[in-house]
Design a protein around this ligand. Structure first.
Ligand code: HEM
Length: 198
């Protein structure tokens, strides 16, 4: 994997391909999260935040991976795990136990697909941040992890997309990235369903 920023991949950019192959997966995660009514009250939000905590904790080693930081410069700084922890501190909620049985890959190109899922979730977060205002939360208290980047949410995302589209991958790696994205959404879906109150 060599980073050649800005190089188009095939006929359609890699990002578009991943987006198309995960469209329905995203829709179902979106529906499941909204069904939790996370912004109806703080107890529901705390449950959602617990899922975010597990997801971002499990993603952290990918953000910190040396090889990935060499091909995606600045990756480590993109992790929102610390912001999730600060939100939990704000709300004085306990860190939930990670009971997920699904593994997050620690090597290979699949990790890039997982990173797409995690980074992309910062886009939808703009809508979630607005909704969080209903329960008195904002980017300085309780909903820090939903805030846009200081450089601008869109700009920060576009930089990642450029890096993603610019990676030189062989066919197997290309397929692995798509699999990683599908698995990343499946992981989150599994988190939501396994967190349903009895
Ligand atoms: C109720 C919860 C959610 C809502 C309402 C939501 C909504 C959205 C919206 C509106 C966008 C497009 C934003 C734009 O183009 O400016 C988006 C993008 C995205 N969201 Fe979500 N989202 C939710 C949850 C999630 C979760 C939990 C994940 C990951 C685990 C996720 C992953 C993504 C990804 C990867 C993208 C980027 C798609 C792309 O442009 O390629 N979303 N979301």
């Amino acid at each position: 994997m060599n980073a050649i920023v800005g190089q188009p991949v095939g006929d359609i950019p890699r990002l578009e391909e991943i987006r198309q192959s995960t469209r329905s997966a995203h829709q179902s995660v979106d529906n499941m999260v909204m069904a939790m009514a996370p912004f109806d009250n703080r107890a529901n939000y705390a449950r959602f935040l617990g899922l975010q905590y597990i997801f971002h904790a499990r993603m952290k080693p990918l953000y910190d991976a040396k090889d990935l930081n060499a091909t995606i410069p600045g990756l480590a700084k993109r992790s929102r795990f610390d912001a999730v922890c600060r939100d939990m501190d704000d709300l004085e909620t306990e860190h939930p136990k990670d009971r997920s049985r699904l593994a997050v890959p620690q090597v290979g190109a699949e990790r890039i697909g997982w990173l797409y899922v995690c980074e992309g979730s910062s886009l939808g977060a703009a809508f979630l941040l607005k909704a969080a205002a209903n329960i008195g939360l904002n980017d300085g208290f309780g909903a820090r992890h939903l805030a846009g980047h200081a450089d601008g949410r869109g700009k920060h995302w576009r930089e990642f997309v450029e890096q993603l589209n610019g990676l030189t991958l062989d066919d197997d790696e290309e397929a692995a990235v798509r699999k990683g994205a599908v698995d990343g959404f499946a992981f989150f879906r599994n988190l939501v369903s396994s967190s349903q109150p009895a």
